[in-house]
Ligand binder design. Structure first.
Ligand code: G6P
Length: 435
């Protein structure tokens, strides 16, 4: 993974970072790196995520999924970090269409997904560290019922990844289900390089060892200077730009297989850094598609954004045939991939010409190893950013209030937050549809 921060310098962009600021910031990066290395060495909560390429036991994953190796599909039932990692890995490795995810409680979507799957050929991967997340457990109970209705013994087709205790752990024990662990000390959004993110890919025959090797390459690339470490360069520049007014991070992969990666990054960045009145709002986009929608805002809107452009340097080609249409002759005999690369470079230059700060994140080509390096790099960048912002990177207390209010609405009497719902301030504006 390489990172080009040239278009974030104040010679190009406003807000921008000066050479002097980068050098001063690098002293803080060195101190943060020491803190991170101590956290990794001590297997401290959160920092333990950066040991996963070493601590994840891929043999244990293969052993656990062996009974499901004949599956044509893997349905992941989870939410947040317990679903996005799996979707990101499967999508990036080209098996996303065989690895659907139920990570929302939308009845139409759940129904449509279940009706679309041959449940007798589908492995179900239920993922929840706590084992109590309402959306995940609610969906799982629906999936289990659908399997029974289809005459499928759910215990033959279900694998569980969960914490060391809790209702899901107990259920797996009760029914002798294959079970793997959400690594202790690793928040869900940082757990992709563990069974949480790797089980579906393993069932579908992907090279999870190569993903972990890529993660290890990311581990080896950590260094006490942003000028020697792409991940730290990205994290440090993102913080420097946020401090100068870039309160949005528009994350734009130029590879369709990285579309879920943007979703994964959005949770990682928002849930880790959105604290104490700080944090960049992730905006997910896709190149080249969103050049025809959001680019207008990115180029001509407020200078309150960092645009992160992600691309593989090498990609497959698909020849565009010659055409008799004179105005389109320039397309003839080029490749679709070549067109996408041209649009990437043009968009990058367009943003720079408008003084909008942007950073290029590049991998050689999109494969299992570079995916592992990219995931690891963004995790390390996020942890560094958390150190520089001095926030609690690995917790997410703000998400708990709404959960309690929802449970209160559904009858959980220990949740006074629900009262706020009935006491809502109302000013209803209604259309007058009378003729
Ligand atoms: O894995 P679980 O315990 O089911 O948690 C699933 C998700 O929900 C929580 O609310 C957090 O926001 C996420 O960081 C977590 O990944």
């Amino acid at each position: 993974m390489n990172v080009d921060i040239g278009n974030a310098l104040d010679a190009v962009a406003q807000p921008g970072v000066s050479d002097d600021s980068l050098r001063r910031l690098d002293d803080r990066v060195a101190a943060a790196h020491d803190r991170i290395e101590r956290g990794i060495a001590g297997e401290e909560f959160g920092y333990a995520a950066l040991s996963l390429p070493e601590t994840t036991d891929s043999d244990a994953i293969h052993d656990a999924v062996a009974p499901l190796a004949d599956s044509e599909y893997v349905l992941t039932v989870g939410i947040g970090g317990s679903a996005l990692g799996a979707a990101t890995v499967a999508g990036a490795l080209g098996v996303g269409d065989r690895a659907p995810v139920l990570d929302n409680v939308d009845p139409q979507s759940v129904q449509t997904t279940l009706e679309s799957l041959p449940l007798s050929e589908t492995a179900v991967h239920v993922v929840s560290r706590s084992g109590t997340t309402a959306e995940t457990l609610g969906n799982f109970l629906v999936v289990r019922e659908a399997m029974a209705d289809a005459g499928v013994d759910w215990t033959d087709r279900t694998i569980v990844t969960t914490g060391e205790s809790g209702p899901l752990h107990a259920l797996a024990n009760e029914h002798a289900l294959p079970m793997l662990s959400v690594p202790a000390g690793v928040p869900g959004r940082f757990s992709v390089l563990s069974p949480v993110g790797l089980v579906p890919a393993a069932i579908l025959g992907c090279d999870i060892e190569a993903v972990l090797a890529g993660g290890q390459a990311g581990r080896n690339a950590l260094a006490p200077s942003l000028f020697d470490c792409p991940a730290y360069a990205y994290g440090a520049v993102a913080v420097a730009l946020e401090r100068r007014g870039a309160h949005v991070n528009a994350f734009v992969p130029y590879a369709e297989r990285l579309e879920y990666f943007a979703e994964w990054f959005a949770q990682l960045w928002a849930e880790s850094l959105g604290k104490d009145g700080m944090g960049q709002t992730p905006a997910r986009a896709l190149g080249a598609t969103d050049q025809h929608s959001q680019l207008q805002l990115y180029r001509a809107g407020r200078h309150d954004k960092l645009i992160t452009l992600v691309r593989p340097r090498n990609r497959s080609q698909l020849t565009i045939p010659d055409t008799e249409i004179e105005e389109l002759a320039y397309l003839g005999d080029t490749g679709v991939g070549e067109l996408l690369d041209a649009e990437f470079k043009a968009t990058e230059a367009s943003l720079a010409a408008a003084g909008q700060p942007n950073v290029r994140v590049e991998i050689d080509r999109l494969d299992a190893s570079t995916l592992g390096e990219l995931l690891y790099g963004m995790e390390a960048a996020c942890i560094l950013a958390g150190e520089l912002l001095d926030v609690e990177t690995f917790t997410q207390p703000a998400v708990e209030w709404g959960k309690r209010a929802a449970r209160g609405l559904l009858g959980d009497t220990d949740a006074p937050e629900a009262d706020a719902i009935t006491e809502k301030e109302q000013l209803m504006i209604e259309a007058d549809c009378s003729e």
